[in-house]
Design a protein around this ligand. Structure first.
Ligand code: GLY
Length: 395
């Protein structure tokens, strides 16, 4: 693909430029192009970024935390959309995206873990979620390779997974086929003329003007030069390290569903793919833009995963990676119109970027065509950290 391919926009200024070709930018561009808007994605490496590191859990229930009940509704709504989204994407791209409706088992190893898991269960039940409490023996009946010390767990049949790498590859193809154009270079500055955003300046020196600009650059979104002070984009990087192992050939898979736990206060999860890959994640550290994998991070993940499933130490270790979650002060995304007409946000998805891709694409496509976020997305409107009500309709 050429560095410059303007897609359906041809030589005209596109209707929409999406800054950032990660899973959120691509889902937004695809859905927007399907609504008939000429759309261009600006990214030096579309499909790179956090999705290349993410485990791909679709886990609204097992990733529910106190204070995030409103976000839960959005997460559940996006999880509900996943089967149809995957079917449409698979059809559009002609490739499989590794969606697996396998369910999740969250387990406890000691009395403290069990108390914490009971707390999670209470919260889940208060939120009306269907989750079954299992004894240790029942957990091992479902997953025989679990450690004998597992004392109990929660069976969550609706928390599934998708493989983020084929997912973004399919989104790239679907975008291409829907006529999305590409500028494979970095955006260096937001262009503002009068009182509205009119596009972005590019690293190669070009100015790409567009009717509307969507900032979907993950944790880099707040760093784009030219953002006026009234547009707050409080997104910071939260680093996560992750490992990829592989089941032994000729042996049955170690696990059949996602298994997760909080071990000595740190979350660990194991995500088994149909391909035999076993993803072990993830650490969570506030250390700026550092994406180096540390010995300590790998040690922590292997130690905790080994306590849950001792057999993992026999598996080949294929890869260690670190990525940056784009995190906001309330752990929820920033969506839709900002105080600057012509500029919309699709960023800040923290731990839920893969999960929220379908609903973000849908919500942004709606707000780019109508000027307003759909009702379900309004609690996450982009102006909430700038004191906006979120009811603005851009000019
Ligand atoms: N959603 C899993 C993670 O962020 O580690």
């Amino acid at each position: 693909m050429a560095a410059r391919d303007t897609g359906r926009a041809g030589r005209e200024a596109p209707d929409v430029v999406v800054v950032g070709g990660g899973v959120i930018g691509l889902a937004t561009a695809w859905r927007t192009a399907l609504r008939g808007l000429a759309t261009v994605v600006v990214d030096p490496r579309p499909g790179g970024g956090a999705a290349g590191v993410a485990a791909g859990m679709l886990a609204p229930v097992t990733e529910l935390h106190h204070g995030e009940e409103t976000l839960l509704r959005l997460n559940l709504a996006s999880a509900d959309r996943y089967p149809a989204f995957v079917a449409e994407l698979t059809e559009a791209a002609g490739t499989d995206v590794g969606y697996r409706a396998c369910g999740t088992l969250a387990v406890a190893l000691d009395a403290d873990d069990r108390a914490q898991l009971r707390e999670s269960h209470l919260l889940q039940r208060r939120c009306g979620l269907e989750v079954a409490w299992l004894t240790g023996r029942e957990c091992r009946r479902l997953e025989p390779m679990l450690a004998p010390g597992v004392r109990g767990g929660l069976r969550v049949d609706g928390d599934h997974q998708v493989d983020p790498r084929p997912l973004v590859a399919a989104l790239r193809t679907a975008c291409q086929r829907a006529g999305v154009g590409w500028r494979r270079e970095a955006a260096t500055e937001l262009l503002v003329s009068g009182d509205r955003a009119v596009g972005v300046a590019l690293a190669g020196g070009d100015r790409l003007t567009a009717g509307q600009t969507v900032l979907a650059a993950g944790c880099h979104s707040g760093a784009l030069a030219g953002l006026p002070p009234e547009v707050a984009v409080p997104v910071r990087p939260v680093q996560g390290e992750i490992l990829r192992l592989r089941d032994l050939p000729g042996r049955p898979p170690l696990l059949h569903r996602t298994v997760r736990a909080v071990v000595r206060g740190a979350e660990v999860y194991l995500v088994p793919r149909d391909s035999g890959e076993l993803v072990v994640g993830a650490t969570s550290d506030e250390r700026g833009w550092d994406t180096r994998v540390t010995a300590g991070g790998v040690y922590q993940l292997l130690r905790d995963a080994h306590e849950l499933v001792p057999g993992i130490t026999e598996l080949p270790l294929l890869e260690t990676r670190a990525g940056l979650r784009p995190t906001t002060p309330d752990n929820a995304p920033l969506l839709g119109p900002t105080a600057l007409p012509g500029l919309q946000l699709a960023t800040g998805h923290h731990r839920n970027g893969i999960l929220l891709a379908p609903i973000t694409g849908e919500a942004l496509a709606a707000s780019l065509t109508s000027g307003e976020l759909p009702e379900y997305a309004r609690p996450f409107h982009a102006g909430r950290f700038a004191g906006d009500t979120g009811r603005r309709v851009p000019a």
